[in-house]
Ligand binder design. Structure first.
Ligand code: GTP
Ligand code: MG
Length: 138
């Protein structure tokens, strides 16, 4: 069955929203395969965000992702890759629709778009790569 990598980013963990994100994943009918609270490292983030290296928001994004623990989650279910991205909503929390995680819970961070609570893999290839990075034993 299809699997995706979800991250509750450090802003979400700090605000106590880990359980709320897990609740929404389970309420939608997806199952949890693995859940782990982890402090990311520069090496892990360089691999995870390789596609964004060189972009202006890359350094602040990595710095933010190092600012506290991240809840890493593997979720499973039919269509879970696009399904979780629709649960998450638009990248910018100020544009994310009500009913989505970012739309309901995200704050107006001005230019700090990186603080958008969650990550979800965007394709089967990304999911396989990202699950391997965050859960090498899976
Ligand atoms: P993820 O699920 O986190 O990958 O979000 P996404 O797929 O909606 O966005 P994308 O992969 O394009 O960007 C990864 C992360 O970089 C985003 O979640 C944001 O945290 C951050 N980011 C993307 N675009 C911008 C931007 O224009 N400015 C800033 N400051 N951060 C950005
Ligand atoms: Mg992305």
């Amino acid at each position: 069955p299809e699997r995706t990598l979800v991250l509750v980013k450090p802003d979400g963990v700090r605000r106590g929203l880990s359980g709320e994100v897990l609740r929404r994943i389970e309420a939608k009918g997806y199952s949890l395969v693995a859940v782990e609270l982890k402090q990311a490292t520069t090496e892990l983030l360089a691999a995870h965000y390789a596609e964004h290296e060189g972009k202006p928001f890359y350094a602040p994004l990595v710095e933010f992702m190092l600012s506290g623990p991240t809840l890493a989650v593997v979720a499973e279910g039919q269509g879970v890759i696009p399904g979780f991205r629709s649960l998450a909503g638009a990248t910018d929390p100020t544009e994310a629709a009500p009913g989505t995680i970012r739309g309901d819970l995200g704050r107006d961070w001005g230019l700090k778009v990186q603080q958008n609570l969650v990550h979800g893999s965007d394709s089967p290839e990304s999911a396989a790569r990202e699950i391997g990075l965050w859960f090498p034993h899976l």
